[in-house]
Write a protein that binds this ligand. Structure first.
Ligand SMILES: Nc1ncnc2c1ncn2[C@@H]1O[C@H](COP(=O)(O)OP(=O)(O)OP(=O)(O)O)[C@@H](O)[C@H]1O
Length: 350
């Protein structure tokens, strides 16, 4: 099924506390309800999902994805939570609800990995390995070498997020005291198994929750030394992302060079592939950054033209396939009988 990538724009107030467009306390909840909820609901039904925040440095990506600072506020205080903690909470609520309402037996297992792309290298945010690799398995791209943790409930996920965000590279620039110096990617793999009578359905999905580092102009961020080197890598990977997005928007059937950066390689399925994807474009309200805002809007426009090829990742186990086939045959029989009895007289072929 072809499905457009969805785009939402969030405007940061000039100074935190000013609320000219929306109540900023409610904005994260509004963004989540408008975009993220559907992605998470899809994951429970076996659809891959991705949410990522894009925008210039200091525009509010981490505020949107993680929540208010400090980390404890953003994760553990419901009102201040960002998209990522809201998504994991909603996910576990849905899984629990499905378990309690299932007409048969419903079980799930979820695992998480949390990695960052720092200066063009993939680092594990949950373990010591700084030499992670990407492997292609068909259309899926898997990060190998990263610690994988089982998560049983929202609290487990929040603790893992806390550990990862504590380990993430952050540094001060003239534009942002706590500027992210890496792209952070929280990856959850969800597997469900439901048995009702003779039918067993297994589903699996991947949920990618991404807080990108922001594009940075040296003259505004006044970065030098290590900060400047980091900014060069950040800008480089974001420019590959922009190129991939523009290519997909212009002509998706042409060869797309995902492998030009780890960032686009790891997100390959999310960009034009088998995933429901939402992009939250953060912009600064300050007129000083008008040219960055215009280029972020151009990025948003290209994203909105991209269609992904979304499909449910489902397996019918053992006898289930035979049982489903018999069920389809029986229903077709009923349909034919119903039509034959109706006055329309239309014929149906098996
Ligand atoms: N919607 C908002 N309401 C109130 N404060 C905000 C909002 N968005 C961002 N801020 C504040 O602005 C500052 C910069 O935000 P944040 O760190 O999220 O930006 P960023 O886009 O992630 O930057 P970078 O790319 O440098 O990491 C933070 O102090 C944050 O708390």
């Amino acid at each position: 099924m072809a499905e457009y990538m969805r785009v939402t724009v969030r405007i940061r107030p000039i100074e935190p506390g000013q609320t000219p467009f929306l109540s900023f306390d409610n904005a994260t909840e509004e963004v989540f309800v408008a975009t993220g909820k559907r992605i998470v609901e899809g994951c429970v039904e076996g659809y891959n999902g991705t949410m990522f925040a894009y925008g210039q440095t200091g525009s509010g990506k981490t505020h949107t994805m993680l929540g208010a600072e400090p980390i404890e506020q953003g994760l553990y205080h419901e009102q201040n939570r960002g998209i990522i903690p809201r998504a994991v909470q909603h996910l576990f609520e849905l899984l629990q609800e499905k378990k309690s309402k299932s007409a048969g037996e419903f079980n799930y297992v979820a695992h998480a990995r949390f990695v960052e792309l720092y200066k063009d290298e993939l680092h594990d945010l949950l373990g010591p390995n700084n030499q992670l690799k990407l492997r292609d398995y068909g259309e899926d791209v898997v990060v190998t070498g990263a610690e994988e943790r089982q998560i049983d409930c929202t609290q487990d996920a929040l603790n893992i997020l806390k550990l990862g965000f504590d380990n993430r590279k952050v540094g001060g620039t003239a534009m942002n005291q706590h500027s992210s110096r890496s792209h952070a990617i929280f990856i959850m793999n969800i597997e469900t198994k439901e048995t009702v009578g003779n039918f067993t359905t297994k589903r699996k999905s991947q949920l990618n929750l991404v807080d990108l580092a922001g594009s940075e102009k040296q003259q505004s961020a006044r970065s030098s030394g290590e900060r400047f080197k980091e900014a060069t890598h950040i800008n480089g990977s974001l420019s590959v992302l922009g190129r991939v997005i523009r290519s997909l928007a212009a002509n998706p059937s042409k060869y797309i060079s995902y492998r030009d950066s780890y960032l686009t390689h790891i997100l390959r399925n999310s960009l034009g592939g088998n995933s429901r994807t939402v992009v939250i474009v953060n912009v600064h309200q300050n007129p000083e950054y008008a040219s960055d805002t215009i280029s972020s809007f151009a990025f948003a426009e290209s994203c909105s033209k991209i269609t992904n090829r979304v499909k449910v990742n489902e397996d019918l186990e053992g006898d289930s396939l035979t049982a489903w086939k018999e069920e389809v045959k029986r229903l077709k029989g009923e349909l034919i009988a119903a039509h034959n009895n109706s006055k329309l007289g239309k014929s149906i072929t098996e």
